[in-house]
Design a protein around this ligand. Structure first.
Ligand SMILES: [Zn+2]
Length: 247
């Protein structure tokens, strides 16, 4: 059985002498792993369509154990690793997160569109780190891990802006003054700025965020909490996160 879908390559691995195994986030079928045969021969019909970060139309053949890539047509090749190393690293971080946080064949068109959007806007973005972190919060929200930022995640009391605010990674949101006295376990201190920023990120389009910048010391706090929050939900560490720390 043949099927056709739009998709973005999350991961591409060499396999045996001339083949490749690719992980594709598709619009209509969710995450798919497939094999492409003869890709590494000089006259391969696939060209660069199976490279990471490439957005293509895929024609796939349903195999017994693994699906087979039959034909591809490139729609957009987002980045070249050799020309734009820093932006490439941020983009690679975005696809890595989608790969880590999704299961095979779980359809999520909203997440597919968000990924397409972040890769598109990363190229022109004023602040690629802010855009990448915003993508991560929006991804968490789409996947059902939207943090509680207006109400205490334990007792549901309204949270008022306070100099000392506490965010609990595992419980998924802010903890109020009453609850924090009883149990501080797993709570990280956050600023009012952080709280306002994440609330704003969750309701702003990536195209608008790509024109924004925030001061360095503010982005450090956002980065720290974002990565703790995502690491908790994915339980794995991200290779490109470690790479980006060295930049
Ligand atoms: Zn409370």
């Amino acid at each position: 059985m043949l099927y056709k879908t739009e998709g973005i390559v999350l991961k591409s691995m060499e396999y045996e002498e001339a083949d490749k195994i690719v992980t594709i986030y598709t619009k209509n079928y969710g995450k798919i792993t497939a094999i492409a045969k003869g890709v590494r021969k000089t006259k391969s019909k696939f060209g660069s369509s199976l490279e990471i970060l490439t957005h293509s139309i895929f024609l796939l053949y349903k195999g017994r154990n693994i699906d087979i890539v039959s034909q591809t047509e490139i729609l957009e090749s987002f980045f070249s690793a050799s020309k734009e190393i820093i932006k490439f690293a941020f983009a690679a971080n975005c696809v890595e997160i989608v790969n880590k946080l999704t299961e095979e064949r779980e359809i999520n068109i909203g997440l597919f569109n968000l990924l397409k959007e972040v890769l598109h806007y990363l190229r022109e973005s004023n602040d690629p780190k802010l855009l990448t972190l915003s993508f991560k919060w929006q991804t968490m929200s789409i996947l059902g891990y939207r943090p509680s930022l207006n109400h205490c995640c334990r007792c549901n009391k309204n949270i008022e802006d306070h100099k000392k605010m506490y965010f609990n990674i595992k419980e998924g949101g802010l903890v109020c003054d009453n609850c924090i006295v009883k149990d501080k376990e797993g709570c990280v201190k956050v600023s009012i700025y952080f709280n306002k920023l994440v609330k704003k990120i969750l309701i702003t389009s990536l195209s608008t965020i790509s024109n924004a910048t925030i001061p360095d010391e503010k982005i450090k706090e956002l980065e720290k909490i974002t990565n703790l929050y995502i690491a908790y939900h994915s339980e794995k560490s991200f290779k490109t996160d470690r790479f980006l720390k060295f930049l």
